[in-house]
Write a protein that binds this ligand. Sequence first.
Ligand code: TIU
Length: 222
Amino acid sequence: MAEIAAARPFPFCFDPATTALIVIDMQRDFIEPGGFGAALGNDVSVLEAIVPTVATLIDGFRAADLPVIHTRECHRPDLSDCPPAKRERGKPSLRIGDPGPMGRILIAGEPGAEIVPQLLPVAGEIVIDKPGKGAFYATSLGDDLTRLNIRTLVFAGVTTEVCVQTTMREANDRGFDCLLAEDATESYFPEFKEAALQMIRAQGAIVGWTATTAEIVDALDD
Ligand code: TIU
């Protein structure tokens, strides 16, 4: 067993042999100008800052020969998996499926839906295309984790309070121990990130634990 003594709200014990990293939605559409995040009115530059830290976390898992799973939020070109309520809500400058500077917004196969070049999956790593915020909904993720005998999930990616928190809650309900890498996740809203971290670890880690990337990689090294 490995332990992260400094994890919050209290030490986190896990078996690396049954642990995987899930990197949520580190896509150009959320991180670069001209994509979905920007179309929603957000300053996307804050998200780019975590890319090197996410890379460090991925490297730590690869070095330990543990699974790295990537997710992408995107829809089929015919939008058959995009509920009208998702496409039509609000007043974005571009809607899901509209043509933008990085191709059609949030559509599988378009440049904007790709993971940023610094964090591209390597051969053999699972990539989950998901139509929702949670990575378990309408995907093979649950079956993949069962096949890999995974019991513990470490989370990174964007955005903290939307797709990361939703997926952590889905995982928690399915019985996984969940740990969020505090500095390898980001929100367009700093106060929402902080609130999400607090609500995840409140009430005795009701959703999960948090720790820094250095603390997690050190535990994998030991
Ligand atoms: N808008 C926002 O904060 N996030 C999303 O729409 N998707 C993800 O978090 N991936």
